[in-house]
Structure formats: C-alpha cells, structure tokens
Design a protein around this ligand. Structure first.
Ligand SMILES: [Zn+2]
Length: 342
C-alpha cells in the first residue's frame, strides 16, 4: 500500500510516512530551499508541499512553516544559549543573515489567507455584554503565533529538530548528540511519548527540548475541523508533559506536514507553544541515502537555520548514519547548536 496515506500516524509499525510527499523529487531543490527558507511561502504549491514535509502528494498547499517572521536573532546570552563551538571559524559560506522570509503567506490557503503576522494595530474586539463564553482566548502566554524557522540566537548557530518520535532511533540519536555536545528539539507524537516516558525524560535530562507534533499526525492537518485541531494539539501536549514529568515544558508545536494556519498557530500559541517550521528539509524520511541527506544540509543550511530530520516514523537508520557525519561537519564549520526561537 502506498506509504502516504492520510491515515493516522503509525510510527511503531514502521510503515508510517512522515509528513511529506514523495512526489517532488523532480522539483527544484533550489526552489524548495528558498521556499522553505521563506517559510514555505506561498508560491510553493508544490515545493512547499515537499519541503514542508507534507504527506500526500495531493495535499493542497498549506501555509506551511511560513513566514517565520522571526525577529532578528538576538544576541547570545539569553537562556537558550547555543551549545558547542561558537567560534565562527571557517565559515563555509558568506554569512547572510538568517533567512528572513517575507511574511507573506500562501494565498492559496483555504483557511488562513491572512498573514500569520499579528496585527497589533487591530483593537481587541470588545466582548459582547452577554454571558456567552468568549471565543477561544488569544495567547495569554505572550508566545508569538508566527511560524519560526530560525534559531534563538542567530549568528552561526543551527537548530536540529527531530520529528515523529520518540521512535526506535531516538536512543542512537541521543547517543550521538551527547558525543558531540549537541542539543536538539524533539517534535513528538503524543501517544509515542506516553508509551516511552523513559526516553522523554532522557531527552530532557540531556538538555534537549520538546515540541508537540500532534496525537495522530493527521494530514492535511489544516483540513481538520477547528475542534479536532485543538484536540490534536492540546492532547498531545498533555501526553508529552505527563511523559516528561512535572515541570515539563513544551515550547513549540509543529503541525504535521507543516499544515499551519493562522488559526492553529493561534491555538498553539494559546498553549504556550510557538509554531515551529524549518529552513532545511533533509527529506530523510524518504530514505534518499546518507549522501543526499548530508548534501541537503550542506547546500541549504544558512546560519540560524533549523534542520528537519526524523527519529520516528519508520526505519531511521539513514538518519542516524547521516547524523554521525553531520555533527562533526557542523562543528567543523563553526556552527554552535541552538534551539529554535520562541
Ligand atoms: Zn511529522
């Protein structure tokens, strides 16, 4: 059967497909890169789908991790400090500022044609003087609703992110990260976190961070009803927090397939989670071979970038093998490991 179905995610079976379409191999990597860097911006009807890790070839353009609208990276020193080597030694490339895609969002989005960027100028609507419950509260946490695809500190930093776990490769990935003193962010499927709380706690104990990646990994995520999206987001978060133990922080939400909308971004933010995109799609889920995974990073990474890989959703042996080479390469290029911006 086709790998890419819209059925609930089934990581343990190893048959599931992480979020993206297999289809787009022929599409321009350059476009994908730029598009992703631009946060899977609008024009990427196709590329974005690939780049944004959408699951089905038929998936309609989603806003994707678009318009990171990330503020210019702040100076180091804040809590989420980079780890590892920081010296900008031997820059492999000129160091353009971390991708600052324009904030335009895909206009094709059926649900959220509006830019994700908040409109602070809009006066808050006054609640009607009635007893009816107000609509879902806007973020009270102060978390930005825009999709971020850059690191917290910018400069020559990189954020590694692993989706669809915890899975069979998570332990090996943690071993490698420890070996190189690297930190990463794990975007977890709620039930899988619940099924393996020990590894969730190991992730936290090692100083890594957690991200909500829904309960069932349904796609296209944006096509779900609002209530279902809220449930997917909030229930997974609860499961991850329970698995991690008291005080567990889940700072980001990554929509399956990058299926962000202004609405679900708002929901995530209301739970204190910043919508998380990426700027480099390794497409490791497609098992393109270790050289291809490495090449994607070497070609697409810019300082302040966020790399998308997977520790669950199937056989991730290529991911592990690629990471074994990628970590020393990043260090050799002077990259420090950081977390995504919040
Ligand atoms: Zn995923």
């Amino acid at each position: 059967m086709p790998e890419h179905t819209s059925q609930p995610y089934r990581s343990p079976s190893g048959r599931s497909r992480p979020d993206r379409s297999r289809s787009d191999r022929s599409r321009s990597k350059r476009v994908v890169r730029r598009g992703l860097a631009a946060g899977c911006a609008a024009m990427l009807a196709s590329a974005v789908l690939a780049g944004c890790g959408t699951a089905q070839g038929a998936l309609q353009p989603q806003p994707g991790p678009s318009s990171p609208a990330s503020p210019a990276p702040t100076t180091p020193g804040a809590p989420a400090g980079p780890t590892g080597p920081v010296s900008p030694a031997t820059p492999a490339t000129p160091t353009p500022t971390p991708t600052q895609p324009k904030s335009s969002q895909p206009s094709q989005s059926p649900q959220s044609p509006r830019p994700a960027t908040p409109k602070p100028s809009t006066p808050a609507p006054q609640p009607p003087p009635s007893t009816t419950p107000p609509p879902p509260a806007p973020p009270a946490s102060g978390v930005a609703t825009s999709v971020v695809s850059s690191t917290a500190h910018g400069g020559r930093t990189v954020a590694l992110t692993f989706d669809d776990g915890p899975g069979t490769a998570t332990g090996q990935i943690l071993d490698l990260l420890a070996q190189y003193g690297a930190k990463a962010t794990f975007c977890q499927i709620g039930p899988q976190a619940a099924a393996d709380p020990a590894v969730v706690r190991r992730i936290l104990a090692a100083g890594h961070r957690l991200c909500d990646h829904s309960v069932h990994h349904p796609q296209p995520f944006a096509a779900l009803s609002h209530d279902r999206q809220v449930s997917e987001i909030s229930t997974a978060r609860d499961m991850i927090v329970r698995a991690g133990g008291p005080g567990t922080k889940v700072a980001w939400f990554r929509a399956p397939g990058g299926g962000f909308t202004a609405s679900n971004q708002q929901v995530a933010a209301s739970y204190g989670m910043r919508p998380l995109g990426w700027s480099v799609d390794t497409r490791d889920w497609a098992k393109p071979g270790v050289p291809a995974i490495l090449a994607a990073v070497q070609r697409e990474l810019r300082p302040g970038g966020v790399i998308l890989m997977h520790d669950g959703g199937g056989d991730r042996s290529q991911t592990v093998a690629a990471l074994r080479q990628l970590l020393p390469w990043l260090a050799s290029q002077g990259y420090a490991f950081d977390f995504p911006a919040v």
